[in-house]
Design a protein. Sequence first.
Length: 258
Amino acid sequence: MLDRESKNAFARLGCEYQSVAIKFCYAKPEGVEKAEEVMSFCQFVKLCQDTGKTFCISKENDNCFGKMVLGMIPKQPFAASGQAGMDFGVYRTPAPNARIHSQIPTMVQGSVNYVLFSTVENCDFEPDLVIVVADVEQADIVMRATSYISGDFWESKTSCVMSCGWTYVYPYMTGKVNFCVTGMHHGMARRKVYPKGLHIIAIPYQKLDEVCIALKEMPWKLPALQDDEESRAIMAARMAKWEEMQAQSGGEIPPAEV
């Protein structure tokens, strides 16, 4: 469960939209109200951010493909034909859209019947995912936190349709942090869920502890990217140390501007 210090770290990012914790459930979570709204899965993340409420949804709440990638319903033959993608002008023919339906990650059918949403601030359960919606500077901090300890590479795996599968199911199934950029995905853009140019970062439970530790330990502002006197002094001292190491080893160290 997220401790207070970890929750404070996410809050300190200062994102316009609160970070959201998500849990995939077989049975209805006890003591949690079921949402009344009917809309797309990505809109429920935004609803949680806007209201600050903890709630759950089932397949009856979802009017898009979220319920399909979550395994709440079988894959639909007409959707899998790819006809819709061509008719919307997203693809030249049905074939490339059909290809996505054969490759997009999906939960085992019937294994997820409810999805629990809460802001990170109010989260009192073990999240399967934490979703961060961030501008570039905030996203830089979060993504650096995903590799600060492990050195994991940053990857973005998604498609222009059905981004829900890549944003919510793919990280959970692979243990890899994934991200997409708002305005570049058909469903969210058509519904105007978020302004363009934000990063939606999905942190799965496999990486969450590491990211929380990194957010607490790592420098959020890198000294080499700052122009204040203290940062320049830090970099000058480190540069002097590099030159000393170079002299001792006879090797070459790339120059750095300070």
